[in-house]
Design a protein around this ligand. Structure first.
Ligand code: SF4
Length: 380
């Protein structure tokens, strides 16, 4: 099989192997060759980068119930040799079609063997092709400690996908994956072993992903796990992937998870990470789920700020962040504007980025509630 055909097939496979860091942008693909093999990621310094997103192999011996690559499913399997994939990437990168690699793989012959193939690919790129750009590696379940250390030296970002909110939920999704032995230790490795790496080695950022829905987990369970990973493992980001059934898998009959649930989880995750909210402040229902029909921040404000609006000319940053329509950048803009003078009206607030339609019912300007039209959408 031609390398270009493999790039196309494995790029398409990697797109099915949904993971949050990159979002396929079909409109932006320039050629048939690139249709499934290129995706985009936003880099903090470089902005939007086209990534080559691929798998080393779409063959797999495991049986994760949600996965299109699970063993035994009727699916055309394709594999690269490490040197072959490195060459294909180098070719695309020199043509300026991609500027970064996101590499994943199925597992054949154990997680350590699959990880070796991925590490060899990246090693060839770094050493032989002297590629110094962005590389995101998925850490295979079953990878050995020495391989995680090698990955930490070679990659800019590592993803270790927990899939389930905890061991019990994972067992319902992927009975051959071991939460305690295979998945959690690599997530903690980078923080616990940073001292074993030379000081000039830039530590990779860490991400994880959850399959949302088919294991019956609650939003509270998912967010409890992610908040502890943010705090204790230095996780950079969690991705919540709404489940979609795949024909020919044991979960083919399971209902699709609403994309709105995924959206609410991301909103709640941001409130916990960037807005100073505590888990117990989020509006979970009795089953531990966030309401689908309401933005969690707006719900909190309805309960807590309706009768205690926030004085925008005096409130500190933490308090400002509680107001719907005010995010971290807008809170900073308010503080900066206050150094120039008083905030007097909604027009002024709009000019500095406040979503006044959302914020107005919950704020005061010099002790007075601003006039606003009484339309208060709950859906965020
Ligand atoms: S290990 Fe599981 S999730 Fe990964 S490719 Fe194999 S079957 Fe799919």
């Amino acid at each position: 099989m031609e390398i270009q055909e493999k790039v196309e097939l494995l790029g398409r496979a990697a797109a099915l192997d949904c993971d949050g860091p990159v979002r396929l942008s079909r409109q932006e693909h320039k050629t048939q060759f690139l249709r499934h093999s290129r995706a985009f990621v936003t880099h903090p310094q470089k902005g939007k980068m086209p990534l080559m997103r691929t798998m080393l192999t779409s063959a797999c011996e495991r049986n994760c119930y949600y996965c299109p690559f699970q063993a035994g499913r009727n699916y055309r399997r394709v594999s690269f040799q490490p040197a072959e994939l490195a060459q294909a990437f180098d070719d695309m990168q020199r043509k300026k079609l991609v500027d970064g690699l996101f590499l994943s793989s199925g597992i054949v012959g154990g997680g350590a063997r699959a990880m070796d193939g991925m590490l060899d690919t990246v090693d060839i790129l770094r050493r032989e092709y002297e590629y110094s750009g962005y590389i995101h590696l998925k850490v295979m379940p079953g990878a050995e400690t020495a391989q995680i250390e090698r990955a930490a030296r070679l990659a800019d970002r590592l993803s270790i996908n927990l899939e389930g909110a905890n061991a019990e939920r994972l067992a319902r999704l992927a009975p051959k994956k071991d939460y305690w032995q295979e998945l959690l230790p690599p997530l903690y490795w980078v923080r616990q072993h940073r001292h074993t790496l030379e000081p000039w080695v830039k530590l990779p950022s860490l991400t994880t992903q959850f399959v949302v829905g088919p294991a019956g987990e609650s939003d509270h369970e998912l967010l409890t796990t992610t908040i502890s990973l943010y705090r204790q493992a230095g996780l950079a980001r969690a991705y919540y992937s709404a489940f979609g059934p795949v024909a020919g898998t044991p979960f083919a009959h399971k209902p699709k998870t609403s994309p709105l649930r995924e959206h609410r989880l991301y909103q709640a995750d941001w409130l916990l990470r960037f807005y100073g909210f505590q888990l117990k402040e989020l509006p979970f229902d009795s089953r531990g789920h966030l309401p689908l029909d309401a933005d969690p921040k707006l719900m909190w404000a309805q309960t807590h700020l309706r009768h205690a609006p926030v004085e925008l000319n005096r409130a500190g940053r933490r308090r400002l962040l509680r107001v719907p329509g005010i995010g971290p950048k807008t809170a900073d803009a308010i503080l900066a504007a206050r150094r120039q003078g008083r905030l007097r009206n909604l027009h002024h607030l709009r000019q500095i980025g406040v979503q006044t339609g959302r914020a107005a019912p919950f704020i005061l300007l010099d002790g007075k509630m601003p006039e606003y039209q009484l339309t208060l959408p709950l859906a965020g």
